[in-house]
Design a protein around this ligand. Structure first.
Ligand SMILES: Cc1cc2nc3c(=O)[nH]c(=O)nc-3n(C[C@H](O)[C@H](O)[C@H](O)COP(=O)(O)O)c2cc1C
Length: 341
C-alpha cells in the first residue's frame, strides 16, 4: 500500500512528507521533483508569495546512492517565508476558508492558528510526493499531464488573462476548471469487488482533497446524465496490433471501478480563491461586531497550479493501484510481472 503523510505550516520552518510503500531499486532524480515544484508555482494570477519562494526538495531518508531502499522516504521543502511566531493574530474569519469552523473546532481565537495549516502551501509536499509516484509510473510508460480548461468561465487563453486582470483590478478572485489525463494505464487497476477498491472513487477522493476543489467528473461526467446510453457508452473493438480498444472514450478510462486501458480523464472544478483584496463581510471572532474579513497576501487565481497538484494526487493513486496489481517490493520483479500482463 502506497501512503503518505504531510506536516508543516505555511510560515513554519518547512513542509515535510513521508511516503511509504515504494519498491526498492527506483532511481530518484531530485531535478524531476524540482521541475514539478516549479510548475506548481506558475500560472497567470499567482500572488506575491510565488516570488519569495523557489521551492526545492531535500530528500532526508529512504535512498542510497539515489535509489530507493523500500523504506519510508522523507521529503523536506524549506519555507523561505519562515516567520510564524512574528505574524500578528487574526480575529476576522474569511468566508470561504477554514478560519471560522477551524477556530471553533480547535478552540482558537486567533485564525492564524487555523490558516497556517489550512493554507494550500501544504500542497507543495503533495507535489513532491506525486513527482516520486510519477517517476515510478514512468518506468512503465505511464504519463500524467494537466491543462486549464477554463478560468472564470473563459476558455481562450488571452481572454483568461484579461479576466484575471479584471478580477485583480476589482480586488476580486476567480476559480476555474482543469483537466488531468493519465496515459498508458493498463486495464484492471482498481476493482469492482468493493467500494473502497474502486479506482474512480479513489481518484475522486484524492482530487477532492485538493483545497478549493468542489467538483470532480470523469470522461463525459455530468453531461452523460442528459444523454441516451447509445451516445455515452464506448463500443468495444479488437485488432491484432492494439488488442481490445474502444471507439470513443466517454468513460474517461474508467469502467466498473477499474481502468479500462483508455486514457483516464478527470476534470476538477475549483472555487474562486477565498481571500479577496476587497474583503467580504464577516464577524469579529472576539467582539462579535460586523467587520471586513482579513486580507492575506494571496493569489487571484491558481487553476494551473491546482492542475499540477491534480496530477500529483492522481499519480499517487495510480501508483498505489498499479503496485496492488503488479507487486510493490522490488522494481525488477514488478517489471517482470508487468510484462506478463
Ligand atoms: C494551488 C492553490 C493555491 C491557492 N492559493 C490561495 C491563496 O493564495 N489564497 C487563498 O485564500 N486561497 C488559496 N487557495 C484556496 C484555499 O486553499 C481554499 O479555498 C481554502 O483552503 C478553502 O477551501 P476548501 O473549502 O476546499 O477547504 C489555493 C488553493 C490552491 C489549490
Amino acid at each position: 500500500m502506497l501512503r503518505f503523510m504531510s506536516a508543516g505550516e505555511s510560515h513554519g520552518e518547512c513542509m515535510v512528507a513521508i511516503i511509504e510503500g515504494l519498491p526498492a531499486g527506483l532511481y530518484i532524480d531530485e531535478n524531476i521533483i524540482n521541475q514539478d515544484l516549479f510548475r506548481r508555482q506558475q500560472g497567470y494570477g499567482r500572488g506575491g508569495r510565488m516570488q519569495i519562494e523557489r521551492d526545492t526538495v531535500k530528500i532526508l531518508t529512504g535512498l542510497k546512492a539515489k535509489k530507493t531502499l523500500g523504506s519510508p522516504i522523507t521529503l523536506m521543502i524549506k519555507n523561505k517565508d519562515f516567520k510564524i511566531n512574528e505574524l500578528p493574530a487574526i480575529t476576522q474569519p474569511r468566508p470561504g476558508h477554514a478560519d471560522l469552523s477551524g477556530a471553533i473546532k480547535y478552540g482558537f481565537s486567533d485564525m492564524r492558528c487555523v490558516l497556517e495549516r489550512a493554507s494550500a502551501r501544504e500542497t507543495v509536499v503533495r507535489v513532491a510526493a506525486g513527482a516520486i509516484a510519477k517517476i515510478f509510473l514512468s518506468e512503465f510508460g505511464i504519463k500524467i499531464s494537466s491543462k486549464v480548461i477554463s478560468v472564470g468561465g473563459q476558455t481562450n487563453s488571452k481572454k483568461i488573462k484579461e479576466k484575471i486582470d479584471f478580477a485583480r483590478n476589482k480586488k476580486d478572485t476567480l476559480g476555474g476548471i482543469f483537466e488531468v489525463a493519465v496515459m498508458n494505464v493498463p486495464a484492471g487497476l482498481g476493482s469492482y469487488v468493493h467500494y473502497d477498491r474502486r479506482l474512480d472513487a479513489r481518484l475522486a477522493l484524492a482530487l477532492m482533497s485538493i483545497p478549493a476543489i468542489k467538483a470532480v467528473e470523469f470522461g463525459m461526467g455530468f453531461e452523460a446524465a442528459n444523454k441516451l446510453g447509445s451516445q455515452v457508452h464506448d463500443q468495444i473493438s479488437y485488432s491484432l496490433k492494439k488488442g481490445f480498444f474502444r471507439l470513443t472514450n466517454n468513460a474517461g478510462g474508467l469502467e466498473g471501478g477499474m481502468s479500462n486501458a483508455q486514457t483516464i480523464i478527470a476534470r476538477c472544478g475549483m472555487k474562486p480563491i477565498a481571500t479577496l483584496g476587497n474583503p467580504l463581510k464577516t464577524i469579529d471572532f472576539k467582539t462579535k461586531k460586523p467587520v471586513k474579513a482579513s486580507v492575506q497576501r494571496s493569489d487571484i487565481s491558481a487553476v494551473e497550479a491546482a492542475g499540477v497538484i491534480g496530477e500529483s494526487m492522481s499519480a499517487l493513486v495510480i501508483a498505489d493501484a498499479f503496485m496492488e496489481r503488479f507487486g510493490s517490493d522490488d522494481l525488477r520483479r514488478i517489471k517482470k510481472a508487468f510484462k506478463l500482463k
